[in-house]
Design a binder for this molecule. Structure first.
Ligand code: SF4
Length: 535
């Protein structure tokens, strides 16, 4: 196996024996085969699209198949076998439709699991040993951007928000990774276009979330527990959470969020449930320790699952695209098994006191007090904004983000989003004239909201985003972060500080292109970066 798509990749180079994430070589090969098949299918879909062919079900399949290969989503070989077969069926159908053959052999019909794994081992990232390293780097960057885009398109589609332009670009993008005539410039163009299309996907997701559950409002979330039966929900999917809240209403079970689900407490249509109690634990990489101590059932939606410890394996469930071999999967959204499990477990035996944190500072709340913010900036009471956001992870170098926020001067505000916030989310930072100094914009899925806040401020000050007193201090881990970064680059945002380490799949020359055009830089020391940001 060889995989270097995420930040925790082995030795900063690539996982080649087993994934640090727990991905086994057979699943790595099946994911490689699925992506190989998606490239062939995309080539054919692109050709079919030129003749006006459309298939909304195929687009949905594309999002689900590609999202399944993101880090920490699906570790179940059986599920990949099904996706590969379906991809192969779509390719056959498209070939008939267009009269064109796929440029790659992606036919998998009649192959058993072992044969599929053997096939996958031949079509991975390094299949072509002679490929120029910059072309390989840009193709992989494009593929990881497309993976992140698929995730957001899938989330938006679940809430009924779609736009043909997204699938159409994904077909174009995957097909481009097979095109040997494309050089560095063309691939850089496609990578930035991926960022552009992702803004549309995130806009749709924002419309789905706020249209269905209301605009988040500032909300205090308890970190302590309430006596009684309990279910913990992790991941990102608001609809799964909403359905669970509805199905548990009146059953005497309290619902807690974990990781990226924290900001859901701010949505009016979710917070209306009295048994939606609070937040438990921190970010995804701490789940084994935290889940072991949780006295109820656990539901994993979307990504971020790690190998379950045997102590809680019988209590954890997956839904949507998440999968772990041996873990009960709820495919039909009837959460009765989760509810029954929670009722059979002890739950919390007493109320426990805990801190409280504030969520709900998405674009509507922040821009609702735009006048106050503009006045504070003009009056010099508020000197600088730092967007400290992105993914969390296990590496010790991520303490940088905690230290950075600790050292943010008193006359500055920190905007945050995604699970990187757990490095400082319960820090009491006070306010500047009533504006909290720590504003939680939401999940990584809410990056659109942060972008809208930045654009609105730029508009109010009649300048570009790069001219605002605003610095981006980002942490990345997986492919959703990759596509968000591409969106920021598409918007022309410069001087981003990225850490804790740079992606292993970026070649030195590709890095130079990013540095020359966007002045993107790896994080250094807190003191140096703070000084650079504050000029
Ligand atoms: S997803 Fe990350 S940790 Fe998992 S195998 Fe790939 S590079 Fe390694």
């Amino acid at each position: 196996m060889f995989c270097y798509q995420c930040e925790q990749t082995a030795k900063g180079k690539g996982c080649d024996k087993v994934g640090i994430c727990g991905k086994q070589p057979d699943v790595a090969a099946l994911q490689d085969l699925l992506i190989h098949g998606v490239k062939g299918m995309s080539y054919l879909a692109n050709e079919a699209g030129k003749k006006g062919f459309k298939d909304a079900q195929m687009d949905k399949f594309l999002f689900e198949a590609v999202f399944s290969t993101l880090t920490n989503v699906d570790f179940d070989p059986a599920r990949f076998e099904i996706l590969i077969a379906k991809c192969s069926e779509y390719s056959t159908k498209l070939s008939k439709e267009t009269g064109v053959n796929s440029p790659v052999d992606c036919s998998c019909s009649g192959k058993n699991l072992g044969e599929l794994v053997a096939f996958g081992e031949k079509v991975g990232i390094n299949a072509d040993e002679n490929l120029n390293e910059d072309i390989r780097s840009l193709r992989e960057l494009l593929i990881y951007g497309l993976k992140g885009l698929a995730a957001y398109a899938d989330h938006a589609g679940i809430l009924g928000q779609t736009d043909e332009v997204i699938a159409s670009f994904m077909y174009e993008g995957f097909a481009a990774t097979l095109d040997d005539s494309l050089g560095v410039n063309e691939l850089v163009g496609l990578v930035l276009k991926c960022g552009e299309i992702n803004i549309r996907a995130m806009e749709l997701l924002d419309a789905g979330n706020t249209g269905t559950y209301g605009h988040p409002i500032p909300t205090e979330v308890p970190l302590g527990a309430k006596k009684g039966k309990a279910i913990l929900v992790s991941g990102h999917d608001l609809k799964d959470l909403a359905m669970l809240l509805e199905q548990t209403d009146g059953k005497g079970i309290n619902i807690y969020t974990h990781g990226e689900m924290l900001p859901t407490h701010g949505y009016p249509e979710l917070k209306k449930y009295s048994h939606f109690h609070g937040h438990y634990g921190t970010a995804w990489q701490n789940q084994v320790k935290e889940f072991k101590a949780f006295p109820g059932a656990i539901l994993m939606t979307t990504n971020c699952i790690q190998k379950p410890n045997e102590s809680y394996q019988p209590n954890i469930f997956t839904t949507g695209l998440v999968g772990w071999p041996g873990v009960t999967h709820i495919a039909d959204k009837d959460f009765t098994p989760v509810i029954e499990k929670a009722l059979s477990l002890p739950g919390f035996d007493a109320d426990t006191e805990g801190k409280k944190v504030m969520v709900g500072f998405a674009r509507n709340s922040v821009l609702g007090v735009a006048d106050k913010i503009i006045e504070a900036v003009k009056g010099d009471a508020l000197k600088h904004f730092f967007l400290v956001g992105g993914c969390d992870g296990a590496k010790p170098g991520r303490n940088y983000y905690t230290d950075f926020v600790d050292q943010v001067p008193q006359d500055c505000v920190v905007l945050t989003l995604a699970c990187g916030k757990f490095r400082f989310f319960d820090k009491e930072m006070g306010d500047i004239g009533g504006i909290p100094r720590l504003l939680d914009v939401g999940q990584c899925n809410d990056a659109y909201s942060a972008v809208q806040i930045a654009l609105a401020l730029a508009n109010a000050f009649d300048c570009g985003v790069n001219d605002l007193p605003l610095s981006f201090i980002l942490s990345w881990y997986e492919q959703k972060a990759v596509v968000i970064l591409l969106s920021l680059l598409h918007l022309g945002i410069k001087n981003i500080k990225l850490g804790p380490s740079l992606p292993a799949f970026i070649s030195p020359n590709v890095l130079n292109v990013l540095v020359e055009n966007f002045n993107i830089a790896p994080i250094s020391t807190v003191e140096e970066d703070m000084k650079a940001c504050l000029g």
